[in-house]
Design a protein around this ligand. Structure first.
Ligand code: PLP
Length: 383
């Protein structure tokens, strides 16, 4: 019997091992090739992956870097953002979004999200830009997060950003592979960052990330900054950079994973739609606006406030893991309490933080297992 279909077997939240079984010796061979040539840093697989990523998403430049967080930091450094500057950020996201802003010495100004999509609210963005100015900060960029794999409303956001001369950075750590009106993530705004953290839709076997842009000058700066600010002459560094490189072994793994990524995305989408059919009558399920394509980094439902802990415990007893992204929005976390929030406040963010819960989601979730999860969810809600 399939391990997943045994009625009481504990399920993985994301089944990285099932994907590993599918890829089999292709991964072993890819890693063995790196072990053969020993170019562990800046090896040929890094350039090959960068070419493959550009072919996949359409961005002119794809630049492999050490993590999603470093991708964001490198972008902010390349844009010359620092002290006295404000970067508008959602608070309903992983903390690395705002962390990267603080790391370059700028100030995150927290902005609210829309209840229907969990993504940045353009009206709150406009308020946040005014808040930043009132505080004497220069609004330089907005960091748009495509939460749980669903692209934000780029048309509305870019309109406001352009009105105010603010750059659009896509924090696509969760959304690489998603689409927005027939364009792939990697082509939105001025520049995009993604993460190859193992649990991401396209994840490596360790940390990694990438920067995408069509801007030649920006790309050249990021390439220099990821390698300590290197210039054209060896050991004449021309700017202060960092070690932000992607390891060759990670690139080799990602080349193999990218080959099956489109197929995995289609499967994830089928699974998410099936969850919606199985659960849509008993709980608030995620909706994808017309023209948008989610890569379903998470499948996240909403419960009434106060229901979540008992719900999670009931599922856990049946071997079904859940996760809460994010129970405490960034602006409520200890390290971020002193940073400003947009005028009008973050009421939606604070409400969602008490309601959201994510169910197991990956491309290797078979129908029997999904039925088991859906039955448990329905039972827990009745209880
Ligand atoms: C929205 C968002 N931004 C940034 C990051 C940071 O990526 P990494 O863990 O690769 O540094 C993550 C990772 O979880 C994320 O979800």
């Amino acid at each position: 019997m399939n391990q997943q279909t045994r009625l009481d077997a504990p399920l993985p939240f994301i089944d990285v091992a099932a994907q590993r079984r599918r890829l089999g010796t292709r991964i072993d061979d890819a890693i063995a090739r790196v072990l053969g040539h020993c170019q562990f840093i800046n090896g040929p697989e890094v350039r090959e992956l960068e070419r493959d990523l550009s072919a996949f998403c359409g961005a002119k430049h794809s630049i492999g870097v050490s993590s999603g967080t470093d991708a964001l930091v490198l972008i902010l450094m390349a844009l010359g953002i620092g002290k006295g500057d404000a970067v508008l950020c959602p608070s309903f996201t992983f903390s690395a979004t705002a962390e990267s802003v603080v790391l370059v010495g700028a100030t995150p100004v927290f902005v609210d999200v829309l209840e229907a999509t969990f993504n940045l609210d353009p009206a709150s963005l406009a308020c946040g830009i005014e808040t930043a100015r009132r505080l004497g900060l220069k609004p330089k960029a907005v960091m748009v997060v495509d939460l749980f794999g669903l692209p934000a409303d780029y048309e509305a956001i870019t309109r406001i950003a352009q009105q105010h001369g603010v750059k659009v950075i896509d924090d696509a750590a969760q959304s690489f592979g998603a689409t927005y009106h027939n364009r792939k993530i990697g082509m939105m705004g001025d520049v995009t960052a993604t993460s190859f953290f193992p649990a991401k839709p396209l994840g490596g076997y360790g940390d990694g990330g990438a920067v995408f842009t069509d801007d030649d000058d920006l790309a050249a700066l990021v390439i220099s900054l990821r390698n300590h600010g290197a210039g054209t002459e060896v050991y004449d560094n021309v700017r202060i950079g960092m070690n932000g490189r992607l390891d060759t072994i990670q690139a080799a793994v990602l080349i193999e994973k990218l080959r099956i990524f489109a197929d995995e995305i289609a499967t994830r989408d089928r699974i998410a739609r099936r969850y919606n059919e199985l659960l849509g009558d008993v709980v608030t399920v995620p909706q994808v606006p017309s023209g948008f394509g989610s890569v379903w980094a998470q499948y996240t439902i909403r419960l009434a406030a106060g229901e979540r802990d008992l719900f999670a415990a009931t599922l856990r007893q049946q071997g079904i893991p859940t996760a809460q992204y994010y129970p405490k929005p960034t602006h409520k976390q200890t390290a971020y309490l002193d940073y400003p929030v947009a005028d009008g406040g973050l009421a939606v963010t604070e409400k969602l933080a008490g309601e959201v819960i994510s169910l197991p989601m990956h491309a290797y979730l078979d129908e029997a297992t999904q039925d088991r999860i859906a039955t448990a969810v329905r039972g827990a809600l009745r209880g």
